[in-house]
Design a binder for this molecule. Structure first.
Ligand code: SF4
Ligand code: SF4
Length: 113
């Protein structure tokens, strides 16, 4: 059996600075474009690029390499963020994520409370 993932998000944004793809599904594109009050075509043109494996679309990076949706107040599209982001780290993660995520191995459960 796989070791269960223990994690409590510290809201640091480090996972949004990972250099891999921020994949968006068709459903993500529909939801994010509506949230940003853009057409899907404009959202794709302005904020998406091909995934590195060319099998779908990814949100583009800002100049500093972070996801372009990352702001100093967190994710600009938090309410409708891509499924991949919602799944992190339990249902989707990347090799070595535990070394980048300060929430890895942390639990909000305190024995005795
Ligand atoms: S790197 Fe981990 S702790 Fe930081 S925002 Fe992402 S999930 Fe949360
Ligand atoms: S869409 Fe939001 S949660 Fe996902 S990587 Fe970009 S900033 Fe982070």
């Amino acid at each position: 059996m796989d070791t269960p993932i223990i994690h409590t998000c510290q809201r640091c944004g480090a996972c949004c600075r990972w250099e891999g793809d921020v994949c968006v599904t068709n459903e993500d594109i529909t939801a994010i474009a509506a949230y940003l009050e853009m057409t899907e075509e404009d959202f794709i043109e302005q904020y998406c690029r091909l995934q590195r494996n060319r099998k779908g679309l990814s949100i583009i990076d800002a100049e500093d390499g972070a996801c372009i949706m990352l702001t100093e107040n967190g994710c600009r599209i938090q309410a409708v963020k891509p499924q991949q982001c919602r799944d992190f780290p339990y249902k989707w993660n990347f090799p070595g994520w535990e070394n980048r995520c300060p929430g890895a191995g942390k639990t909000s459960y305190t024995p005795g409370e």
